[in-house]
Ligand binder design. Structure first.
Ligand code: SF4
Length: 291
């Protein structure tokens, strides 16, 4: 008998559910066609593929189109894209997560109040690029190796915000490092609750199982961080995108499997994973009995 547990907080978060509802409405209500998202609406390739089947296409460059409706994704978009969209004839629908918008507002307020802005997050993540674009001169720090980037700000006052899906551990560690360089540091923890809850419940589950499966897009920052955090606790931790990636070898000698899904992973993928674990386990047992 194999037992499968899903982390208490797992899968679609508030911001992703909201964005999916918005796009569902747009697709149903006959908005100006064709319908695009600026970049993938969320970092989950299977969801993006399903949307493509419904006529919603991810777009990299708005200069490629001159008609239709563009939905802005949960991560927000860079200011320069927003400005081009305003000048265009395209209909724009904003599905930016309110927590991302709040972080953008903090960045602007910090700058208005004379703080140089430091963003703790992934250099090339769309949310971070959008945050950075809100003001001039914002600096992004991804890890301790990049601390030299802030030396040019020495003598000024700095305000720190975070990518909403960072781990609190990385955020706190970098805040401590940054504080060594400045007399005045204003820290605003913009990590969203959904992220903290998913990380905490994944870590709690990882400590109790023989195998931990982290389910979500390989391009999803928050899913990758769940993997990194759980891998430190449970040696047998794997990041999979779909049920097809589960191998028999992963389940050998395993009695308890934990599943934690990133904030952009739909329930149907988690259900497929659960079903496939049980199916593979039964086949393993059958083979074992024959031996
Ligand atoms: S992870 Fe947080 S910030 Fe990102 S979309 Fe979900 S609720 Fe919004």
């Amino acid at each position: 008998m194999i037992r499968v547990y899903v982390a208490k907080h797992s899968g679609f978060c508030f911001g992703v559910k909201r964005a999916m509802n918005i796009i569902d409405d747009v697709a149903k209500k006959g908005k100006k066609k064709p319908i695009y998202t600026l970049g993938p609406i969320i970092h989950n390739p299977q969801t993006v593929d399903k949307l493509k089947e419904r006529g919603v296409t991810p777009l990299e460059d708005i200069n490629d189109i001159n008609e239709g409706t563009v939905v802005l994704r949960t991560h927000g978009v860079e200011k320069r894209f927003l400005e081009s969209l305003k000048r265009s004839n395209l209909d724009v629908i904003d599905a930016t997560c309110p927590f991302v918008s709040r972080a953008q507002d903090y960045v602007k307020k910090l700058k208005e109040n004379g703080y140089n802005v430091i963003i703790i997050g992934e250099n090339n993540h769309p949310e971070v690029l959008a945050l950075k674009s809100q003001v001039s001169g914002a600096i992004v720090i991804e890890n301790g190796d990049e601390i030299s980037k802030i030396k040019s700000l020495k003598g000024s006052k700095v305000g720190i915000v975070s990518q909403t899906t960072q781990s609190i551990e990385n955020f706190k560690g970098l805040v401590c490092l940054i504080m060594d360089y400045f007399k005045e540091v204003l820290v605003i923890n913009t990590i969203c609750n959904a992220t903290s809850q998913r990380q905490e419940s994944a870590i709690a589950l990882a400590g109790k199982v023989d195998l931990m499966l982290i389910v979500g897009g390989k391009n999803s920052g928050n899913t990758k961080r769940l993997y990194t955090l759980c891998k430190r606790i449970a040696k047998h931790t794997h990041h999979i995108e779909t049920a097809k990636e589960i191998k028999k070898s992963m389940l050998r000698n395993v009695k308890n499997v934990g599943i934690a899904a990133g904030a952009s992973t739909p329930d149907w993928i988690v259900n497929d994973v659960k079903t496939n674990i049980k199916k593979i386990y039964k086949e393993e047992l059958k083979n074992d009995r024959k031996r």
